[in-house]
Write a protein that binds this ligand. Structure first.
Ligand code: SAH
Length: 269
């Protein structure tokens, strides 16, 4: 395997004083990209948050400095500016700065904001995409996000409240029966999500699932319907990170085939 990786030419070379915004994926280290691995290998300082799994942190070089800038959802207001400044400061010290982020840096990861700030301060950066929670958690849970004749499209939506305290989303578009909708950061606003979708015409019986700690050894997938989603959170004591998937794609595979690792077991005929 190592030899195979060496056959892939590397374009991922860090210069001193640069930042790499690297997607670490949802948790399982096997979902890291080769590009991510190459940046991890070269890092002199790693700026990381809560969603980066311990197994991935363990891959950092021993002498790589680690700076935690994580934030719990409750203190989401912890200034992003602080993180931006740390990145620029470290780069200006001439270090190779690895900004490790859960999932993909450009999908609800504020990677765009960080890259803009870094560039504004005269520092160059690399961006390495990562496996986002939606596609990876869905695959491990046995849910094809699109499926011919069932779902023609899929939306990734944030359930996090806007700064004015509202959840102002294109509910009519999200209520189309043949659309899969994936909510990131939606656990706290789940009742509103359910009510609005039903109000805008989505059937209350639409299959739905919550995936907790996706792709990690503790992954739990709990299936229900749009109506039962809020009860799932309380009955199963769902904790972050958790992802919500709504749509008929949820039920394509019999749960007897599935084990939350992306392995689909054939049953005796
Ligand atoms: N950039 C990340 C998303 C960060 S937003 C990505 O591309 O995946 C944080 C939200 O992502 C969480 O609230 C949760 O909804 C989701 N999430 C991230 N990792 C997850 C995981 N391992 N399991 C379930 N949900 C996850």
């Amino acid at each position: 395997m190592t030899t195979l990786i060496n056959k892939i030419p590397s374009k991922s070379l860090f210069a001193a004083g640069e930042v790499a915004l690297v997607g670490a994926g949802p948790g399982d280290p096997e979902l890291l990209t080769i590009k991510a691995l190459r940046f991890i290998e070269q890092a002199e300082v790693a700026v990381y948050d809560r969603l980066v799994s311990n197994e991935i942190m363990a891959l950092l070089p021993d002498d790589c400095e680690r700076i935690y800038v994580g934030k719990k959802q409750a203190d989401h207001r912890l200034p992003q500016e602080g993180i931006n400044e740390v990145l620029v400061e470290q780069a200006k010290l001439g270090k190779k700065v690895l900004r490790l982020k859960g999932g993909d840096p450009f999908i609800f990861g504020r990677g765009g904001e960080e890259a803009l700030h870094i560039l504004d301060n005269g520092v160059s950066c690399h961006v390495a995409p990562g496996m986002t929670a939606a596609s990876s958690c869905a695959a491990y849970a046995g849910i094809p996000l699109t499926h011919r004749g069932v779902a023609q499209g899929c939306s990734f939506i944030t359930g996090h409240l806007q700064s004015d305290g509202n959840l102002d989303l294109p509910w009519t578009a999200l209520s189309v029966d043949t659309q899969t909708v994936v909510f990131y950061m939606g656990i706290n606003t789940l009742s509103t999500i359910k009510d609005e979708l039903i109000k805008h015409g989505r059937s209350a019986d639409t299959p739905a699932a919550i995936i907790e700690k996706g792709t990690r050894p503790e992954q739990r997938t709990i299936r229900g319907t749009l109506t039962t989603l809020p009860d799932i959170v309380t009955e199963h004591n769902i904790k972050p990170p958790a992802l919500i998937i709504i749509g008929k794609v949820i039920d394509q595979f019999d749960e007897a085939h599935l084990d939350n690792t992306g392995y689909f077991k054939a049953l005796e005929a």
